[in-house]
Design a protein around this ligand. Structure first.
Ligand code: ADE
Length: 353
């Protein structure tokens, strides 16, 4: 094994030589049972995971916890059991089913990717070819390549970065450390068990080498870990401080008609919450709050505020409720409650209270 690890120092080669074996032995006893995974018995028979399901799970799990993503995964795969079924779905049905999961570009790319795969007639089998599909970056291509096609590929996400930052006690500039980690993980992937190796690292990061309180006492890599050796592994990874998020402010209007429907709009495909159903409202502006300018209606009342945190800013919206009948996109309240992204769903909830 040592000879196959050219990018590491001699010390690291020796230290990490038996990392894959330790990790896989631990995984054999500790694997999480997740719906997109195949079990050990199937794997022993050479069964590979379904690329459609693996891909769906990986896209949903980006920036999302396993329990939250699992609910959506179940709903999506029940409703659209194959990539062809998803490719044939109406855009607005997929966007509505994604509501509440956030990062809506993922849903738009999900559809684009499904349509491209359905058009091609099959999934590409290599990491390089997977990367050319919409919404599939290095991480997802590695994960799908390893999990569904048995490619010798690494799936390095934030969890894996954390595990290796601790193993290495990585003190350098974070971007450079990440590059080093990626290279190292790629070298460590065992050619005969890439899928289990990828899943094992995910599980170690999620259940043992957790962000705040790593459970080093049960860690199979404890003896290899420079961070644990120093006594404070949780200080790693050492990342640059994030800038404070700016606050944007604006207004959102919940206009109800006599049928109990609410006025909605389809947001443009480009931009934040693109392609999702929305409520009418003002622009969202830094520092000041724009003047209210509600659509045609009566009895407009300011009924409070909702807040929501996006990746690059926090949002405070004043919620207005009114009655009216002018408008061309009315949606029953309960449909809107399910189909609106979280920030608008919060506003609607406040407005119907
Ligand atoms: N996080 C990202 N991908 C995952 C997967 N396939 N299983 C569990 N957690 C994950």
């Amino acid at each position: 094994m040592t000879a196959t690890l050219p990018g590491m120092s001699t010390d690291e080669k020796l230290r990490f030589e038996d990392l894959p074996e330790r990790l896989l032995d631990w995984y054999a006893l500790s694997a999480r049972d997740l719906p997109w995974r195949i079990g050990p018995a199937e794997r022993a028979q050479g069964v590979k995971a379904d690329p459609y399901r693996v891909w769906m799970a990986e896209i949903m799990l980006q920036q999302t916890t396993v329990p939250h993503a699992t609910r959506y995964y179940q709903a999506f795969t029940r409703r659209w059991p194959t990539v062809e079924a998803l490719a044939a779905a109406a855009d607005e049905d997929v966007m509505a089913a994604w509501a509440g999961l956030g990062y809506y570009a993922r849903a738009r790319n999900l559809l684009k990717c499904a349509r491209e795969v359905a058009e091609r007639g099959s999934w590409p089998h290599t990491v390089e070819a997977l990367r050319t599909l919409p919404g599939i970056g290095a991480y997802t291509a590695g994960a799908v390549g390893a999990l569904a096609f048995g490619r010798r590929a690494a799936a390095v996400d934030g969890n894996v970065d954390r595990v290796f930052a601790r193993l290495l006690a990585a003190k350098g500039e974070w971007k450079a450390e990440k590059a080093r980690i990626k290279e190292m993980v790629e070298m460590l992937v065992p050619a005969d068990r890439p899928a289990e190796f990828a899943e094992a690292l995910m599980d170690l990061g999620a259940t043992v080498c957790t962000p705040k309180r790593p459970d080093c006492l049960i860690c199979p890599l404890r003896e290899l870990c420079a961070g644990a050796g120093e006594g404070d592994p949780a200080r790693y990874p050492i990342k640059p401080k994030k800038a404070a998020k700016p606050v944007r402010r604006g207004h959102v209007y919940a206009l109800f008609n006599d049928q109990g429907e609410v006025l909605t709009e389809r947001r443009p495909n480009k931009g934040l919450l693109g392609g999702m159903l929305g409520l009418p409202g003002s622009d969202w502006i830094v520092d000041t709050r724009p003047e209210p300018s509600p659509p045609s209606g009566e009895n407009w009342q300011d009924i409070g505020e909702v807040r929501h945190v996006f990746t690059h800013f926090s949002l405070e919206l004043t919620v207005w409720r009114g009655q009216g009948s002018i408008g061309d996109h009315w949606t029953p309240r309960s449909t809107a409650a399910d189909a609106l992204p979280s920030v608008f769903a919060k506003a609607l909830k406040l407005a119907v209270k």
